[in-house]
Design a protein around this ligand. Structure first.
Ligand SMILES: Cc1ncc(C[n+]2csc(CCO)c2C)c(N)n1
Length: 237
């Protein structure tokens, strides 16, 4: 495999295997950026009920992201890799729960409400996908399944920044929009994508193919996460 290169317009390095994953996702990657929920969130027209639904489901999703990264840390042998995934788990819990605590007060829910929430079918499936990949996949598969989560949001944050410019203080979702355009995420992406690539180089070709499939599934689940919030998904029976 070639050495890491910078793809156009991304302020972090996208190594060859990460690029392959992105190419494998194809249209699904763009669809996840273009969903009606995202458009309404960006232009501020999203109703607070749908945003509340999203935030509450997302609080629970982030716990699973933290669990998946914690599990991955136990499977790393290199101490720097191990620490990085431990820190990623910690960050998912601490930083993002701060965001949720703020919105909880504003939107009228607390930690107990989040704990008692019934997960949607989509959320449950996405969580199980990440946790199962972390437990039973090879290291590259485990990491591939969690990569679209931060990558898609950071990509989206930067795309919206380019399109919208500065977020007006009066924007109802200013805090959310500011969060994912934070330049600190560039370093996070550098670290994550470098690991994804390095683990891919160390894996056999069949594991690399499976990793790409798991990456694509997570991109689809990201689209479905917006969609479940837009439709306020319920269990059909
Ligand atoms: C469904 C869903 N997908 C992605 C994110 C974004 N995200 C989750 S963890 C993480 C890394 C930093 O903690 C980022 C950017 C989200 N909130 N919810």
């Amino acid at each position: 495999m070639e050495s890491p290169t910078l793809t156009e317009n991304r302020p972090y390095t996208v190594p060859p295997f990460a690029k392959e994953c992105l190419e494998a996702a194809g249209e699904a990657w763009h669809a996840a950026h273009d969903h009606a929920f995202v458009q309404a969130l960006a232009d501020g027209s999203l109703d607070s009920d749908r945003f509340r639904f999203y935030q509450m489901q997302d609080a629970r999703y982030l716990e699973a992201f933290a669990d998946a990264t914690s599990i991955i840390s136990t499977r790393c042998t290199d101490p720097d890799d191990k620490l990085w995934f431990i820190e990623a788990a910690q960050m998912a819990v601490v930083v993002e729960q701060e965001l949720h605590a703020g919105y909880g007060e504003e939107l009228g829910y607390d930690a107990d409400d989040v704990a008692q929430l019934e997960l949607t079918p989509n959320n449950r499936a996405y969580q199980n996908h990440m946790i199962a990949s972390a437990h039973t996949g090879s290291l590259v598969e485990a990491v591939a399944a969690i990569t679209p989560c931060p990558w898609l949001y950071v990509d989206l944050g930067q795309q919206l920044e380019a399109e919208m410019g500065e977020v007006p203080e009066s924007h109802p979702y200013a805090e959310w929009l500011e969060m994912y355009r934070d330049p600190a995420f560039n370093e996070y992406m550098d670290h994550l994508l470098e690991r994804l690539h390095r683990f891919a180089v160390a894996a056999d070709p069949a594991a690399r193919e499976r990793a790409k499939e798991l990456f694509v599934l997570s991109v689809r689940y990201e689209w479905m996460f917006w969609d479940q919030s837009w439709t306020k998904q319920e269990w059909p029976v």
